[in-house]
Ligand binder design. Structure first.
Ligand code: ZN
Length: 309
């Protein structure tokens, strides 16, 4: 085997081009940023309704936040310390008329005009549950804790030829805030439930112990600790490549990290523990298209029945 398709990059290029040729992804000229076809979006919507039906018995509070986050909230998480290479900061122009002319001249001369920009009050959301925690700051949780259903576009600056590695994508999450026991139960419940849900739509997922992509040398230590404490699991399937599997869902225990940071407490006066399960909606759709093909009419009847397609 010596053709380009035998390499991982070749497999990414091949599947991405197939998706674009079929009109499923609409390229933007930037790696990992796409428009989506009506068919693609329709699958996301159907899968989300399925998730809603599955989550309904837990009677979650439903909250929806925009893809931008208060800059102060961002700084209250440790994202800038742990994953600075993935952040997205929003900048805008706040200058005078003279500075405006300078900026436009720089643009026309092909110089770096972005030096004239200043930070806005917002950052891109790095994870769907981040906007939730400040809304619970300085509160005491009810005895049963809280379960919150979230969905948001999240941004990660990791341009890639892999169609499954988008720079901006949606996560559907269920977050539990409560005692250490409640948080762990939530994680364990959804790790099992998540596998059932994904298998029921024909995806051959398996669970893997994982770690976040922490930055730098200190990050390697954090990643090892996270693995050792079994805080993060991912559900993985083949998408563009059969060798390198793709995570389509992840479940995370944050211990009392957010409870401490935002002073969220339980009835016994201790800092709350939190845990979340996230479903990557674009990746799940890509996995469904890879597994069952681009023609929805040809999908297995039981999958169409489960998704009410
Ligand atoms: Zn989360």
């Amino acid at each position: 085997m010596c053709n380009s398709h035998s390499t991982i990059e070749g497999q990414y290029d091949e599947y991405r081009e197939e998706l674009i040729a079929a009109g499923m992804l609409i390229p933007s000229g930037v790696s990992g940023v796409y428009g989506l076809s009506g068919t693609f979006e329709g699958i996301i919507e159907a899968f989300e309704r399925y998730i809603s039906r599955q989550g309904a018995p837990l009677k979650p509070e439903v909250m929806r936040f925009p893809p931008i986050l208060n800059r102060q909230t961002y700084l209250s998480t440790d994202h800038i310390e742990t994953m600075p290479d993935l952040m997205g900061s929003i900048h805008t122009f706040k200058g005078s008329q003279r500075e405006h002319i300078t900026m436009v001249n720089k643009k026309e001369d092909g110089e770096d005009w972005t030096t004239e920009l200043a930070p806005a009050d917002v950052m891109m959301v790095p994870a769907a549950c981040y906007p939730l925690y400040p809304t619970a700051a300085n509160t005491v949780l009810p005895e049963e804790g809280r379960i919150v259903d979230l969905r948001a576009f999240v941004f990660r600056h990791e341009p890639s030829p892999d169609p499954a590695r988008m720079q901006i994508f949606r996560q559907r999450e269920f977050v539990r805030l409560g005692t250490p026991q409640q948080a762990k139960e939530h994680r364990d419940y959804w790790l099992k439930k998540g596998q059932e849900i994904l298998k029921s739509v024909g995806l051959p997922v398996k669970a893997e112990l994982a770690n976040d992509p922490f930055f730098g040398r200190g990050g390697r230590v954090m990643a090892a600790t996270q693995q050792e404490q079994e805080l993060k699991f991912e559900l993985v399937v083949p998408i563009a490549s059969n060798e390198k599997l793709t995570a389509i869902s992840s479940s995370n225990c944050h211990l009392d990290h957010f409870g401490k940071e935002f002073n969220i407490t339980t009835q016994d006066g201790n800092h709350a523990h939190t845990a979340c399960i996230g479903f990557g909606l674009e990746r799940i759709t890509l996995a469904l298209l890879k597994t069952h093909g681009f023609d929805l009419k040809q999908w297995p009847d039981e999958v169409k029945a489960v998704l009410e397609l």
